[in-house]
Ligand binder design. Structure first.
Ligand SMILES: C[S@@+](CC[C@H](N)C(=O)[O-])C[C@H]1O[C@@H](n2cnc3c(N)ncnc32)[C@H](O)[C@@H]1O
Length: 309
């Protein structure tokens, strides 16, 4: 298997993670292992637990990082399993957690995974292929109103209603199976106007992927797990690829960085809120012009980092 992924904002992420010269790290989205590799090289004493939902990614990371021996351990799973995997290694606390969200180039570029409207393939989109429900199942079984909701919420798609109507009409003739059929419908219904240069299928494919893999719920679980696992001084670094993800990270960091959430005007604090994080990136970092020229995927990346108190 040829598994390719060029890590985004690689040196920036590792600068933040490695700053405290920690010993134990969790890469919650190990992918092909690009970020983990630089961390293992930068801190020769450290160990990394690499987690990914995708067994193909784990195989690639295991092969790519074999030279580090027991310093790198790979486990298949979701963010929600991070604490169990850490505990199984006897790790009560870690010195940093990285979440480099979304899909890898490998997932996008493999037609049989069904993530991209650029290739013909099955409407699959599962990050973890041992799960049973696919994107085709969503299109073939959800109520029209549920499809509208998914397209609005996760794709911010203005034509959600017309798209959902067409999806439901077409499936009464024959079920949805392929990416190109869906892309053709979107080209017709969405068109090129008001797309800011994006292909018409972009928002719907994004929305289906996020819904199917429950990516936003996962992100909340990942941030909570990172908070629970990190020791004082540890770093949490998150790279997001669209505004829905970045909003969740920004809000989580802001809430954890404040020490009182009492309503304004209350004479004395009663909320009992404890500040757990110090935000290190007021504004999120974005890829440099040099990186953008080399890797177009970095164009929408935003990196936020925080330190555990
Ligand atoms: C952008 S890639 C990471 C690339 C990696 N940093 C590298 O350098 O190769 C994102 C990876 O996170 C995985 N992933 C996404 N959501 C996940 C989740 N909730 N739990 C575990 N892995 C997840 C995907 O399967 C994908 O392999």
């Amino acid at each position: 298997m040829d598994f390719k992924h060029q890590p985004v904002m690689l040196s920036e992420a590792i600068e933040y993670l490695a700053a405290n010269h920690g010993r134990r790290f969790i890469d919650g989205t190990v992918g092909a292992g690009g970020h983990s590799r630089l961390l293992l090289e930068r801190l020769p004493e450290c160990e990394v637990l690499g987690i990914d939902r995708d067994s193909e990614a784990l195989q690639a990371a295991t092969a790519n990082l074999a030279q580090f021996g027991r310093r790198f351990q790979a486990r298949q799973g979701r963010f929600a399993q991070m604490q169990n995997y850490a505990a199984a290694l006897g790790w009560q606390r870690v010195d940093g957690v990285l979440l480099d969200l979304g899909v890898s180039s490998h997932q996008i570029d493999a037609p049989e995974r069904g993530f991209s409207f650029r290739f013909d393939g099955p409407l699959d989109m599962r990050m973890d292929r041992s799960e049973t429900r696919t994107a085709a199942d969503l299109l073939n079984t959800l109520a029209e109103s549920e499809l509208v909701d998914i397209l609005f919420r996760y794709g911010e798609e203005r034509k959600a209603r017309s798209i959902a109507r067409e999806i439901v009409r077409r499936r009464s003739e024959r079920p949805w199976t392929n990416t190109t059929e869906l892309a053709e419908l979107l080209n017709r219904v969405v068109g090129r106007a008001h797309q800011h240069g994006l292909p018409p299928a972009t928002r719907t494919f994004q929305a289906l992927r996020i819904a199917l893999n429950q990516e936003l719920e996962e992100l909340q679980a990942g941030l909570q797990a990172a908070l629970a696992l990190t020791c004082p001084g540890a770093r949490i670094v998150v790279i997001s690829f669209h505004s829905l993800e970045d909003r969740i990270v920004k809000h989580f960091f802001r809430t954890e960085a404040c020490s009182c959430i009492c309503p304004p005007g209350v004479p004395e604090c009663r909320c009992g809120k404890v500040q757990t994080l110090r935000v290190l990136t007021g504004k999120p970092l974005q890829a440099t012009e040099e990186e953008l020229a080399l890797n177009s995927r970095s164009g929408c990346a935003k990196l936020r980092a925080a330190e555990r108190l």
